[in-house]
Design a protein around this ligand. Structure first.
Ligand code: C2O
Ligand code: CU
Ligand code: CU
Length: 483
C-alpha cells in the first residue's frame, strides 16, 4: 500500500468516524464546505515566541500561577482577526518554565463562555491523577481548579492542552494549547544553545474562512489537515537566524491528522537531541524527521554552514503532500556559536526481563459501529480498563488493527508514564526513537512494543490515540494504577 493511499482511504474513514453528527452541528457547520479561505502569503510575518508566564507568588519552594481561559481574537493571518480560545487569552498559551523538583500549582479559571467546559492536561507530565484533566474533573464556565505539578522529571519539553472528552480535537483546534518546559542541572552543564538561541516552534495546521475564522478540515472534501501551517500562532512565519547553532523545541500541536515529515533543504542534515520525555544519550544526525501530532523533538540546526542571505525553508511532507512551514533567513553571527556536545544524558534502558506484565493494545475502527476502539471497546468514563501495579514494569504491544482496506494510522499516547520503544515489527528503534517517549506512531500493519515502569502516582489516568478526532470518537481508555 502506498502512503498516499493510506492517506486517502485511512484518514477519510478515520476522520469521518471522528466526526459524529452532533459535532458537525457545532460552529463550523455553516462553513464546512465553504468557499476558499483567504490567500496566505508565505514567510511574510516574523516568528513570535510565546510569552513566558511569571508566577503570581512563590511560597516554600513552590511557584503559584494563575491563568484564565478566554475567548478572544488574535492576528494569525496578516490583517485579519481570528476568534480563538486561549490560555490567558493567547494562542498558543503562555509558556510555563519549571525546574526539576520544584513544584508548581496552577489555578485555571474557565472564562470561555456559557456551557463551555474545560479540562487542562499536562501532556507528558508525571502528575497526580486529580491534576491530569480526567473526565469528571472538568471546569465549568465561571469556575476554577487547581492543578498540582511536582516536576520530578528530567529536563524536557512538555505541553498542556484541553482534554474535555468528545471535545479534545475541537477545543485544542480553537487554540487551547501551550508549552511547559522543565529544566535541570544536568541539562545546564551541556552548554546547549540557550537564551534567544533556544526557540520553541509550536507547529499547528489550520484552515481558515475568508473572514479569518478557523475552519475544520472537511474530510468529505478530501481535506485531512489544515493547509496553513501556523507556528507559534502566526501563519508561515520567518525567523532571522545568525550563522550559528540554534536549539529548536518542536511540538506538533495539531488537532487533526497531520503526521509531519520535516526536512530542511534537500539533503541538509541537523541533529535531534531530545524526544517527548527528555534528551537523548547523544545527538542523532537526520535529514528527515517524522513528527506526529503530540510528539516533541528537540533539534540543533547549525546555520553557520549557510552563507549570509540564505533562506532555508522548513518543509513538511504529510503523506506525500508538501507543506512549507516556515523560513529561516540567515544573517551574520554576533557572537561565538554554542558547541554541540557529543554526549547528552545517560538513559537507563528498561529491561524486558524485569517486565512482570504484558499487554496487547489493539487500536482500530470498528466498522460495525463506526466507533474508534481500543481492544474492542469504545471509551466510557468511569470504566477502568486495566490496573497496572505501582512499581512494576510492563511491556505493551501496540497493534494497529486496521484492515488492509481501511489503513488508518494511529498515534498511541500514555498519560503519567514515559516509555521506551523496544521494537517496531521486531526491529529496534532508530536513534531518534530511542529516547523517552509518551507518544508513538503505529502505522497500518505495525506492531510497536513499548516498555514502561509505573512509579510515583496511583489512581486513574488515560491512554489513547493522539489523533484527537480518534480519541473523541472513542479511542481512549482508562488505567487505574494501584498499590
Ligand atoms: Cu496530549 Cu491525553 O493527551
Ligand atoms: Cu497526555
Ligand atoms: Cu488513531
Amino acid at each position: 500500500m502506498k502512503r498516499r493511499n493510506v492517506l486517502k482511504l485511512g484518514l477519510l474513514a478515520g476522520a469521518a468516524a471522528a466526526l459524529p453528527a452532533e459535532r458537525l452541528l457545532g460552529p463550523f457547520t455553516a462553513t464546512a464546505t465553504a468557499a476558499p479561505g483567504p490567500k496566505v502569503r508565505l514567510f511574510d510575518t516574523p516568528l513570535k515566541v510565546p510569552p513566558v508566564l511569571k508566577p503570581k507568588y512563590s511560597v516554600l519552594g513552590t511557584d503559584y500561577y494563575d491563568m484564565s481561559m478566554r475567548a478572544t481574537t488574535q492576528e494569525i493571518l496578516p490583517g485579519l482577526q481570528t476568534p480563538i480560545w486561549g490560555y490567558d487569552g493567547v494562542f498558543p498559551g503562555p509558556t510555563i518554565k519549571a525546574r526539576r523538583n520544584r513544584p508548581i500549582v496552577i489555578r485555571q479559571h474557565n472564562k470561555l463562555g456559557k456551557d463551555i467546559q474545560a479540562a487542562v492536561h499536562l501532556h507528558g507530565g508525571n502528575v497526580p491523577s486529580g491534576s491530569d484533566g480526567l473526565p469528571g474533573d472538568e471546569i465549568e464556565f465561571g469556575e476554577d481548579r487547581f492543578y498540582y505539578y511536582p516536576n520530578r522529571q528530567p529536563a524536557t519539553t512538555l505541553w498542556y492542552h484541553d482534554h474535555v472528552h468528545h471535545h479534545e480535537s475541537f477545543n485544542t483546534y480553537q487554540g487551547l494549547t501551550g508549552l511547559y518546559l522543565i529544566t535541570d542541572s544536568q541539562e545546564d552543564c551541556l552548554g546547549l544553545p540557550d537564551g534567544k538561541y533556544d526557540v520553541p516552534l509550536v507547529i499547528q495546521d489550520r484552515s481558515f474562512n475568508a473572514d479569518g475564522s478557523f475552519r475544520l478540515p472537511n474530510p468529505e472534501a478530501g481535506e485531512f489537515f489544515g493547509e496553513v501551517a501556523v507556528v507559534n500562532g502566526k501563519a508561515h512565519p520567518f525567523l532571522k537566524v545568525e550563522q550559528r547553532r540554534y536549539r529548536f523545541r518542536l511540538l506538533n500541536g495539531s488537532s487533526v491528522d497531520t503526521l509531519h515529515e520535516l526536512t530542511l533543504g534537500p539533503g541538509d542534515s541537523f541533529h535531534v537531541i531530545g524526544t517527548d520525555g527528555g534528551l537523548l544519550t547523544a545527538p542523532a544526525p537526520v535529514t528527515k524527521l517524522p513528527l506526529a501530532p503530540s510528539e516533541r523533538a528537540e533539534v540543533v540546526i547549525d546555520f553557520a554552514r549557510y552563507p549570509v542571505g540564505s533562506q532555508i525553508v522548513l518543509n513538511s511532507s504529510i503523506f506525500g503532500a508538501p507543506l512549507q512551514i516556515m523560513r529561516f533567513d540567515v544573517v551574520k553571527a554576533t557572537g561565538k556559536s554554542h558547541k554541540l556536545p557529543s554526549k547528552l544524558v545517560p538513559i537507563q534502558r528498561l529491561k524486558e526481563s524485569q517486565a512482570k506484565v504484558r499487554r496487547d493494545i489493539t487500536l482500530n475502527l470498528d466498522l460495525a459501529t463506526g466507533q474508534m476502539v481500543i481492544n474492542g471497546k469504545s471509551f466510557e468514563p468511569g470504566r477502568v480498563d486495566i490496573t497496572p501495579k505501582l512499581g512494576t514494569t510492563e511491556v505493551w504491544t501496540i497493534i494497529n488493527g486496521e484492515s488492509a482496506e481501511l489503513p488508518i494510522p494511529h498515534v498511541f499516547h500514555t498519560h503519567l508514564v514515559r516509555f521506551q520503544i523496544l521494537d517496531r515489527n521486531g526491529v529496534a528503534p532508530a536513534p531518534i526513537e530511542s529516547g523517552w517517549k509518551d507518544s508513538v506512531t503505529v502505522m497500518p500493519g505495525e506492531r510497536v512494543r513499548i516498555i514502561m515502569k509505573f512509579g510515583d502516582f496511583t489512581g486513574k489516568f488515560l491512554y489513547h490515540c493522539h489523533l484527537l478526532g480518534h480519541a473523541d470518537a472513542g479511542m481512549m481508555a482508562t488505567m487505574e494504577v494501584k498499590r
